[in-house]
Design a protein around this ligand. Structure first.
Ligand code: CP
Length: 301
């Protein structure tokens, strides 16, 4: 059983194979209509359940389109509409769904929910985001970096802002893909201690981005954060906004990434988001290709 639960729990060889396969699959269907089937159809006769306990645009649409391009079928399920949201256990849900579908993707709150789903499912389970990690996003980000700037091994990546779940997957990727990761943000929003040793801290954002090949940020208030924290977060993070002045301290060819959705002119200015170094929409597109490669990998015998 090959689940895709996190970047640090997948081998370096498998991660590299997934990225290379994603790039090959993207090239193979360049210029074709979005709805056209891939030449080979690795998900032909396969049914995929996409479970969302949190909102989503990119994850939902890119998984749905990706399954269809590979010849499979999807059912998109809202956690609130399932018995899962009304007291049925995760273990029972996993065992029941495994009798109907060939693959499960779940976006949920607690990492424990994902892990229990994987423990009891008899089909592969993919992590579509938890409060702790977002591995599919970072696979797309690594693919996007390499598309524009070549191998990521040995390069400098700087994260400015909240040490959240997306940062956590960047930290896992830094070890697995061999790049240097710097975190710049205020101490109350430091990444969780379990990630210590995977990145360095530089509190001064201008110093942090010196020599950076990639500057990344994310929303200042994540989906699982209380909205009551919004004003405090903005006060804490204002100095870590990615703007033209900050990007000028990085390498001239440094890329800018944001997984989206963004709050324009909070964590990053529109000038940067729409500027020549920004690859935010390539990142969004590459969710499709990276996840197709992840699903293929999960179903390979
Ligand atoms: N980046 C990301 O996961 O986007 P969605 O929340 O829209 O799926």
């Amino acid at each position: 059983m090959k689940h895709f639960l996190d970047i640090h729990t997948t081998s370096q060889e498998d991660l590299r194979a997934i990225i290379d396969n994603a790039a090959a699959m993207k090239t193979a269907r360049a210029g074709r209509p979005r709805g056209a089937l891939d030449a080979d159809q690795p998900l032909k006769d396969h049914m995929v359940a996409l479970i969302f306990e949190k909102p989503s645009t990119r994850t939902r649409v890119s998984f749905d389109v990706g399954v269809r391009q590979m010849g499979g079928q999807t059912m998109v399920l809202s956690g609130a509409d399932m018995q899962l949201g009304h007291g049925e256990t995760i273990a029972d849900t996993a065992r029941v769904l495994s009798r109907y579908v060939d693959l499960i993707m779940i976006r949920t709150f607690e990492e424990a929910t994902l892990l229990e789903m994987a423990e009891y499912a008899t089909v592969p389970v993919i992590n579509g985001l938890t409060n702790r990690t977002h591995p599919c996003q970072i696979m797309a980000d690594v693919m996007t970096f390499e598309e524009h700037s070549g191998p990521i091994r040995g390069r400098k990546v700087v994260w400015s802002g909240d040490g959240n779940n997306v940062f956590a997957s960047f930290a896992h990727a830094a070890k697995q893909f061999g790049f240097d990761l710097t975190f710049t943000g205020p101490p109350p929003l430091d990444p969780e201690p379990a990630l210590d040793g995977l990145y360095t801290i530089e509190r001064d954002p201008a110093k942090a981005v010196e020599g950076a090949d990639l500057v990344v940020t994310d929303t200042w208030v994540s989906m699982h954060d209380p909205q009551s924290a919004r004003e405090r977060r903005h006060n804490q993070l204002r100095g870590y906004q990615v703007n033209a002045e900050l990007m000028a301290q990085a390498r001239p060819d440094a890329l800018f990434m944001h997984c989206l959705p963004a709050h324009r002119d909070d964590e990053a200015t529109s000038e940067v988001m729409d500027g020549p170094n920004s690859v935010i929409f390539d990142e969004a597109e590459n969710r499709l290709h990276a996840q197709k490669a992840i699903m293929r990998w999960c179903l390979e015998r």
